[in-house]
Design a protein around this ligand. Structure first.
Ligand code: FES
Ligand code: FES
Length: 162
């Protein structure tokens, strides 16, 4: 077992984990943060996307021990004081989801995308989300939601206050 110490959604955590444990397993099975989901386990779907030190990663592709000392934000850490993050709000307003399974990863990836490009074209949004798969929506409303978040001038870089 290896001891890791990190911040998850603004909370400091310390745990002993097996070196082979994936970050997504750690978040779900040890911390109970089941908002981050597993859609494939083969790094294809993006449903497990979280932020590691502010950048999006597929947490099924990262070992928990690699997050030692890092700051991790999951979809569960986005809302502040009962207010949805602007990108969450945009997904809600634009109906950017159906079953919702891909949504946590889509939102985390969208925030990262908007940080790099605050006013992306439709093409840029589609390109930025190409690592995230959705079985339901046809992507149209997801793209609309991301562009709506950008156009609303919302503070999309809002993260968890430690
Ligand atoms: Fe990580 Fe699909 S569960 S990419
Ligand atoms: Fe169902 Fe995307 S909303 S997988």
């Amino acid at each position: 077992m290896t001891r890791i110490k990190l911040t998850v959604d603004g909370q400091q955590v310390v745990d002993d984990v097996e070196p082979r444990m994936l970050l997504v397993q750690y978040l779900r099975e040890v911390l109970g943060r089941t908002g981050t989901v597993v859609g494939c386990d083969t790094s294809n779907c993006g449903a497990c996307t979280v932020h590691l030190d502010g950048r999006s990663v597929k947490s099924c592709n990262v070992l928990a021990v690699q997050a030692d000392g890092a700051e991790v934000t999951t979809v569960e850490g986005l809302a502040q004081d009962g207010q949805l993050h602007p990108v969450q709000e945009a997904f809600r307003e634009c109906h950017g989801l159906q079953c919702g399974f891909c949504t946590p990863g889509m939102i985390m990836q969208s925030i990262d995308l908007l940080r790099d490009n605050p006013d992306p074209s439709e093409e840029a949004v589609r390109e930025g989300l190409e690592g995230n798969l959705c079985r339901c929506t046809g992507y149209h409303n997801i793209v609309r939601a991301v562009r709506h978040a950008a156009k609303s001038g919302a503070q999309t870089s809002q993260e968890v206050q430690a």
